[in-house]
Design a protein around this ligand. Structure first.
Ligand SMILES: [Zn+2]
Ligand SMILES: [Zn+2]
Length: 109
């Protein structure tokens, strides 16, 4: 039997249909902690659970598509890679514009 994968509407990762219900409450909890750490302009309302559709694979596919759209990736202004808003904040701490490597770093007084 091919395992059915479901996309978590909070983090966008794939989980087996059995493990997603276990993962989701923990993921939302984690999401809220991370969201609280973000600067105000990056904070988002909690992801909304996509409406469950009755039926088989079509329902799962539609749910997965809805889940994939419920989170938005943001591009890094320095390197152009896309990240979830919380990941972007973490990434930008270490990602600097390439130009800074070509010039002496100016340390503010
Ligand atoms: Zn998740
Ligand atoms: Zn970057």
């Amino acid at each position: 039997i091919r395992p059915v994968f479901r996309i978590c509407h909070i983090c966008g990762k794939e989980f087996g249909s059995q493990s997603l219900p276990i993962h989701e409450p923990k993921c939302l909890e984690k999401w809220q902690i991370e969201n609280d750490k973000l600067p105000k302009h990056l904070r988002r309302p909690p992801p909304v659970q996509p409406q469950a559709l009755p039926g088989g694979s079509l329902g799962t596919m539609a749910e997965n598509a809805a889940a994939a759209q419920s989170y938005k990736l943001l591009p890094c202004e320095h390197c152009g890679r896309t990240f979830l808003p919380d990941r972007l904040a973490v990434h930008q701490r270490s990602c600097k514009p390439k130009a800074t490597k070509l010039f002496p770093v100016q340390i503010p007084p």
